[in-house]
Write a protein that binds this ligand. Structure first.
Ligand code: NAI
Ligand code: NA
Length: 395
């Protein structure tokens, strides 16, 4: 079939297998030319199909020849209906990994459930024995608690006061003010239940009790801080409470792994266009200004460059450069004073008329469509493609 982008609000309903494949191959090439010395060898990535998790899987596999198991929640294709992009990304990754003689298998299902955890544990026991790293990179709006069956929904709201600021509809380029009412009821607790650290700890507890974590094991989850501009809705909002919980969980995990000298870390990453971040109000306007400034300074990075730097200059360089809260910071370039000062200046000037010049709205849009395999260089979109692509290592 011929597949075209079909957008609805902040999501794209279609995705292109060849474009997704091209994205994955480009990331593989980047890592092949930036390998990791003494990198991980047997890695589980939870949330492995898109964004930072996919980049972590590729960095592990191609940076240090790691065997990888990927867990994700993606929609398979049906005749005439393309799969979700993470499906095609995983198909492309595993096809290439197998060609290159790398072990790569995957499990598609709800990582929050006991069933998927048990299935993953069995696969580790059968195929890998012990693993030396777990990357935890889930981004989800909902979680069904595995023990109680309660279904939690996360919300992106300020706490205490209404938040009013500008945002951009990146499809139309229209900049306008929005107001977000403060959270109420159980919003904070529900958001913590979905995006906090409980599920991460459940995974590690299970794997530890089954004795499949090797000596010096590491696990890393991803967090975000961001600028004062977005603070009320992000870091000091409901999602920020969940990130506080996730960050506190890293210390609990480290405590629970003392006998194997294991460590739990949080890495604070840069703001990037992903399916998760494009749904957050105000962030798209911030990102389009940030991209402009960081590209001008020659320090713009995507997911793969970020994770390559996390592995090569922090995790496996024996140089974690932890901040006062014990976090790894690869948002260091985003948060540089000169970068933030420039973004703040531009923010004051940003209108529908000025944004095309002062911001990188094109870069935002390109990245957004790239997530779904569209607007990718070198792909012929007029060519008929087979949507029924299989993931070769799917269990
Ligand atoms: P993403 O949307 O690209 O990836 C989410 C992954 O989670 C996908 O592999 C998806 O299949 C998987 N997933 C979602 N629900 C699942 C479920 N129930 N079971 C199994 N897999 C499931 O998201 P992104 O942006 O890569 O986010 C990953 C982490 O990085 C999140 O914790 C996010 O807060 C954090 N982060 C994101 C930043 C950004 O700007 N995008 C910046 C800093 C941190
Ligand atoms: Na991810």
């Amino acid at each position: 079939m011929i597949i075209e982008p079909k957008t609805r609000g902040f999501i794209c309903l279609t995705s292109h297998p060849v474009g997704c494949e091209q994205n994955v191959l480009s990331q593989i090439d980047y890592i092949k030319s930036n390998p990791t010395t003494n990198g991980p060898k047997k890695v589980l990535v939870i949330g492995a199909s898109t964004g930072f998790g996919l980049a972590s899987r590729i960095t592990s596999a191609y940076g240090s020849n790691a065997s990888t198991i990927g867990v994700f929640f993606e929609k398979p294709p049906t005749e005439g209906r393309p799969a979700s992009p993470g499906w095609y990304n995983s198909a492309a990754f595993e096809t290439q990994a197998h060609k290159d003689g790398l072990y790569a298998k995957s499990i598609n299902g709800d990582a929050f459930s006991n069933e998927i955890k048990a299935q993953t544990l069995k696969l580790i026991q059968d195929d890998l024995g012990k693993i030396d790293m777990v990357i935890y990179s889930l981004a989800s709006p909902v979680r069904t608690h595995p023990d109680t069956g309660e279904r939690f929904k996360s919300v992106l709201k300020p706490i205490g006061e209404t938040f009013t600021n500008n945002t951009v509809d990146f499809h139309t380029g229209v900049v306008k003010e929005i107001s977000i009412e403060p959270c109420s009821g159980d919003d904070i607790d529900n958001t913590i239940a979905v995006m906090g650290g409980e599920d991460w700890k459940m995974w590690i507890d299970l794997l530890k009790s089954a004795d499949v974590l090797s000596e010096d094991f590491k696990t890393v989850a991803y967090s975000y801080i961001g600028p004062s501009l977005t603070e009320a809705v992000y870091r000091k909002g409901t999602i920020g409470r969940a990130k506080d919980h996730l960050e506190a969980t890293a210390f609990e995990i480290t405590d629970s792994l003392k006998d194997i000298n294991g460590k739990g870390y949080v890495s604070v990453n840069k703001a990037l266009v992903t399916q998760a971040s494009s749904a957050i109000p105000v962030i798209p306007l911030y990102i389009s200004l940030l991209y402009k400034v960081m590209k001008e300074e020659g320090i713009h990075e995507g997911c793969i460059e970020q994770i390559e730097r996390l592995f090569n200059e922090r995790l496996y360089a024996e140089d974690l450069q932890l901040d006062a809260e014990g976090r790894i910071r690869i948002d260091d370039w985003e948060m540089r004073d000169d970068i933030q000062a420039k973004v703040l200046e531009l923010w004051k000037e940003a209108t529908t008329e000025t944004l095309p010049n002062i911001g990188d709205l094109d870069g935002y849009k390109t990245d957004f469509f790239n997530l779904f395999g569209f607007n990718v260089d070198g792909v012929d979109y007029d060519k008929d493609v087979n949507e029924m692509v299989a993931i070769p290592g799917l269990q």
